[in-house]
Design a protein around this ligand. Structure first.
Ligand code: GLU
Length: 285
C-alpha cells in the first residue's frame, strides 16, 4: 500500500446529487489507482443546517453507489475541542482577531467605503474590527457582544512569507489568500469554520491528495496559509471540473431531480448512476 490518502468530505445539509457522486468517485478512483487509502469525513459543524438523517442517507447512498472507505468516518462535530485548540494557537500568534460585526454592519461599512475590495464570492470583509484596541475588545466581550474570530491575512503573510501550493491539474500556484481576505476561523455560534476545520482535519488524517471541485480552488490559497502558520506539510491538490445540468448550471442540492435517491427511486442501477456521474468504468469488483 502506498502513502497516498484521499478523502471525500460532504456536509450533511441535503441529499447527495450527481455532482457529489462525481467528487466522491474521483477521490476514490485516485486512491485506488495509486494503491492508497480513501477516507470519508462528515463536515457537520453547522448545527443549523446539518441533520443526522442526511448523514445516514449519504452513507447509504455512497454504499449503494459502490464506494468503500478505509477506517472509521471522522465526524467534525465530535472534534470541536481540537478546533478550539487550533484557534487558540493562531490567536496566540497574533494572526486572529475577534470580529463583532453583524452582516448588516459589514454591508453598511462596505456601502460607506464606496469601493470595497471584491473576492470571487462578493465583497471582502472590510477589516472593521481588525484595528480595535485590546481594551475595546475586552469591553465588548465583557458586555456580552457576540463575536466571530477572523484571520488577519496581512499579519499572517508577514509571518510566513510567500507560499506556494500544487494542483495536479493546474500546476504550481503562488498562494494569494488575499483573494478571500480575513476569512472567519470561528463563527459566532460554532468554535470553528470550514477553513479551520478542513485544514486541521486533512493534516490530522494524513491526507496527501485533496480532491475536490474547482469551486473550492480559491479557498486553497487560504488553506495553504493556515497550513504554514500551523507548521503542517501541505498536501497535493487536484481540483476537478464540476458536473453541470442541461442548462449548463452547476448542480446544487436543490436540484432534487438529480439526487442519487431520486435516480435510484426511478430504477437507475448503481452502474448507470456512476456513468451519469462521469465514471462509467468504475466498480469495486
Ligand atoms: N464540506 C465541503 C462541501 O461539502 C467540502 C470540503 C472539501 O472538500 O474541502 O462542499
Amino acid at each position: 500500500m502506498s502513502d497516498l490518502v484521499t478523502r471525500f468530505a460532504p456536509s450533511p445539509t441535503g441529499h447527495l446529487h450527481l455532482g457529489h457522486a462525481h467528487s466522491a468517485l474521483f477521490g476514490w478512483r485516485e486512491a485506488r489507482r495509486g494503491g492508497g487509502r480513501f477516507l470519508l469525513r462528515i463536515e457537520d459543524i453547522d448545527p443549523n443546517r446539518c441533520r443526522p438523517e442526511f448523514e445516514r442517507d449519504l452513507i447509504e447512498d455512497l454504499s449503494w453507489l459502490g464506494l468503500e472507505w478505509d477506517g472509521s468516518v471522522r465526524r467534525q462535530s465530535e472534534h470541536l475541542d481540537e478546533y478550539r485548540a487550533a484557534l487558540a494557537r493562531l490567536a496566540g500568534m497574533g494572526v486572529a482577531y475577534p470580529c463583532f460585526c453583524t452582516r448588516k454592519d459589514i454591508a453598511a461599512e462596505i456601502a460607506r467605503a464606496g469601493a470595497a475590495p471584491h473576492g470571487p464570492d462578493g465583497p471582502l470583509y472590510p477589516g472593521t474590527c481588525r484595528h480595535l484596541s485590546e481594551s475595546v475588545r475586552a469591553e465588548r466581550i465583557a458586555a456580552g457582544d457576540a463575536w466571530a474570530m477572523r484571520l488577519d491575512v496581512g499579519a499572517a503573510l508577514r509571518l510566513t512569507g510567500p507560499l506556494r501550493w500544487h494542483d495536479r491539474a493546474q500546476g504550481w500556484q503562488t498562494a494569494t489568500p488575499e483573494l478571500l481576505g480575513d476569512v472567519v476561523l470561528a463563527r459566532k455560534d460554532t468554535p470553528t469554520s470550514y477553513h479551520l476545520s478542513v485544514t486541521l482535519d486533512d493534516h490530522l488524517q494524513g491526507v496527501t491528495l485533496v480532491t475536490r471541485g474547482e469551486d473550492l480552488f480559491v479557498a486553497t490559497h487560504t488553506h495553504r496559509l493556515l497550513q504554514a502558520l500551523s507548521g503542517f506539510e501541505p498536501p497535493d491538490y487536484h481540483h476537478h471540473g464540476l458536473l453541470r445540468n442541461a442548462a449548463g448550471e452547476r448542480l446544487a442540492k436543490r436540484d432534487r431531480a438529480q439526487s442519487l435517491r431520486s435516480l435510484r427511486a426511478e430504477g437507475a442501477s448503481a452502474a448507470a448512476v456512476r456513468a451519469l456521474a462521469g465514471f462509467p468504468d468504475e466498480s469495486k469488483d
